[in-house]
Design a protein around this ligand. Structure first.
Ligand code: PRX
Length: 654
């Protein structure tokens, strides 16, 4: 069945915006004419200790080498060079704590002092280039300082979202063989101080002593709560920082020196440690941040509402904005803390000009209503951004109408942990946008939508099976992941095997071309869910559920949800003994188990206790059919199903 797309009105940039935009239409032509020369120009926006001699070496595909022969220091590029250029007094970070009134601003000169001190602390504690440091922290300035200090000494940080459980932290410490963990005593969550450092203790206690590579735990005082410290291993951040110099000479590292690891969910239960490089990553982070957000470093106040635990926080809070000398807001809490006015108050307080958030946040604002938003002065906003999941056209229009005064450009940025930086997005001031479409690949980037055999699809005004295909990236790009930590085979298999013959990267997303050839990303077509912009694998949640003594089997699917994009729906078969416990108690217990094993963000919205699961003759669970059930749709093709009657039993149990 096909559905015709209504003729959508285009949203052209205002003449005023276009007149002073950083981006120009000529950038597409320039990049098309000589892609590598284009990237060389972008790389030269950075400060190099040794200039690169080769832009790209793709001879070892899919393992890329960008900017070969060059050397630089990422932290120097994000901090020192702005101070040297005379911008030491510019605010780098306006930090807004969750408790109202708890705020602090750091200039670039102050940030430089802190990063230098922290680099000296790391060095004194034996951290050297190539070591891994786990960072398990809320959104405090010290988290940014810790990341930059790692970059400065060439250690790879592995930031673990502070909402993850100690079990999830342990798995990431173990896989990366981290030498150090940096954390805080506790964190503020919806008005309450809750411990965090004890989560690190639990993670480390559960490690096999032979697998415990952690020598030190550095603890930032955030809440002042009583915190047990292990003598010889644990140190207070403020004490360590007070005894070292604020001078530190950065060492230059090769372009390809790994900058960080970031674990993300894949189609199996084991998270993947995505590896990013130094120069290629920083080049594309800085380039995209400058052009896609139209950054004017002297006058803009930029705010990205992501958490540093996700890639958006890495690229568009830490590396991109700081490489460009931006002034930004860093906010510790959630949008509804202490009430629904908070984000709007922060925009007003700092005069935020560029605001970058996720569709789930916008849909939450829509639920709260425009009257609430209109109580605040948002006239400083001049550009809005969206990331993390497809933005529905209705949310796009609301965002522009209610928050953007019917005037601001909206940049819907498609990218992934693996791509490192934005890939498909409008260029503000240039692109005529269609609400809900990320439009086209950025200059220097190449993306295609293809069918099973790799044939490119044609532009089409219709929604339908024949117009939907696979989103692939058919040319290497500077910020591309360089591998999966410790598992090169998994890297090749996961991303490069689907279109191995053509040598393309398969992103895991489905997409279609619109009538003008613009790209509409439709979401994941593998077993990865997207809940409020957070990537969670079905296998990870299933493995947490079957880890419970009462569960015999579990199947998890992502079902469409009006606010969170997708919601987690689980179907479980209980073991005999567990059936004695009341169903509600069991469901409660299982949700808690998932929170303990992974994170509260992975708690299923629904858990259905069922007598059977739909399987193929070869024993594979048919998730597609479970998704139909979860979304209340008539069942799709059931011909492969071993026993069609299971659905009556499942529906009866639901
Ligand atoms: O499905 C796409 C969706 O988020 C996935 C990547 O998730 P993650 O690695 O956690 O990175 C999120 C932040 C970059 C993609 O495979 N996605 C991200 N941005 C968009 C999107 N889907 C549609 N439109 C977007 N703008």
């Amino acid at each position: 069945m096909t559905e015709t797309q209504p003729e959508l009105p285009l949203f052209p940039p205002s003449a005023e915006f276009a007149a002073s935009a950083n981006a120009t239409a000529a950038m597409y032509d320039e990049a098309d004419a000589d892609r590598l020369a284009f990237w060389a120009t972008q790389a030269n926006r950075l400060s190099w200790n040794t200039p690169f001699t080769e832009v790209l070496d793709w001879s070892g595909a899919p393992f890329a080498k960008w900017f070969g022969g060059g050397k630089l220091n990422v932290a120097f590029n994000c901090v020192d060079r702005h101070v040297l250029a005379g911008h030491g007094d510019r605010v780098a970070i306006h930090w807004e704590g969750e408790p109202v009134g708890d705020a602090r601003s750091l200039t670039y000169a102050e940030l430089k002092d802190e990063v230098c001190r922290a680099a000296n602390v790391l060095t004194d504690l034996g951290v050297t280039a190539g070591d891994r440091v786990a960072i398990y922290m809320p959104m405090v300035p010290e988290a940014v300082v810790a990341m930059l200090a790692c970059a400065r000494v060439g250690a790879l940080h592995s930031v673990v979202f502070a909402g993850y459980s100690s079990t999830a932290l342990r798995a990431r410490i173990e896989d990366a063989e981290a030498k150090m963990v940096i954390t805080t005593d506790g964190q503020f969550r919806r008005g309450a101080a809750v411990p965090l450092k004890t989560g690190v203790d639990e993670a480390l206690e559960g490690l096999d002593p032979d697998a415990n590579t952690v020598e030190h735990v550095l603890v930032v005082r955030r809440t002042g709560m009583d915190t047990p410290m292990t003598a010889g291993r644990d140190l207070w951040w403020d004490e360590a920082m007070s005894t070292v110099s604020n001078e530190h000479t950065p060492q230059a590292f090769d372009s390809e020196h790994p900058l960080f690891l970031l674990y993300t969910s894949g189609t199996t239960g084991k998270p993947k440690g995505v590896v990013h490089s130094s120069a290629g990553f920083l080049t594309q982070a800085a380039y995209t941040h400058y052009y896609v957000f139209d950054l004017k470093p002297e006058t803009d106040v930029y705010w990205c509402t992501a958490d540093i635990g996700w890639v958006t926080g890495h690229t568009y809070i830490v590396y991109g904005p700081l490489a460009n000398g931006a002034t930004q807001v860093l906010y510790e809490g959630t949008p509804a803390s202490p009430d629904e006015h908070r984000h709007f108050q922060v925009i007003d307080k700092y005069g935020v000009t560029i605001y970058y958030t996720a569709p789930t946040v916008i849909r939450t604002f829509m639920r709260w209503g425009r009257e609430l938003v209109r109580e605040h002065d948002l006239s400083s906003l001049r550009l809005l951004g969206s990331v993390g999941e497809p933005i529905n056209p209705e949310a796009w229009r609301w965002y522009r109408h209610v928050m953007g005064q019917d005037n601001t450009p909206i940049v819907d940025t498609w990218w992934q942990t693996e791509t490192g930086a934005a890939m498909i997005a409008p260029l503000p001031g240039v692109t005529h946008c269609k609400p809900g479409s990320a439009m086209r690949a950025l200059p220097g980037i190449s993306a295609k939508i293809v069918d099973d055999d790799g044939n490119e699809l044609a532009p089409s005004p219709d929604f339908g099976e024949h117009t939907t295909g696979y989103l692939v990236l058919d040319k290497p790009w500077p910020a591309m992941l360089r591998g999966i930590w410790g598992d090169p085979d998994r890297f090749v298999e996961t991303y490069w095997s689907r279109f191995a013959e053509q040598g393309w990267y398969f992103a895991g997303d489905g997409a279609r071309y619109g009538s003008d050839g613009e790209i509409w990303v439709l979401g994941r077509i593998d077993d990865v869910m997207n809940v409020s912009g957070h990537r969670i694998s079905t296998a990870e949640v299933e493995s947490a559920l079957v880890g419970h003594a009462g569960v015999a089997e579990a199947a998890v699917v992502g079902a469409t949800d009006a606010t969170t994009g997708q919601a987690i729906c689980a179907f479980v078969i209980l073991k005999e003994h567990a059936k004695e416990l009341g169903r509600d108690d069991m469901v409660h217990e299982l949700r808690a188990e998932v929170a303990r094993e992974i994170s509260p963000i992975a708690k299923p919205r629904e858990i259905h206790v069922v007598p059977e699961l739909p399987k193929t003759r070869s024993g594979k669970i048919m998730r597609r059919l479970l998704r139909d059930v979860a979304e209340g749709r008539p069942l799709g093709d059931t011909s492969a199903l071993l026993d069609a009657s299971v659905f009556e039993a499942i529906r009866a149990a639901k």
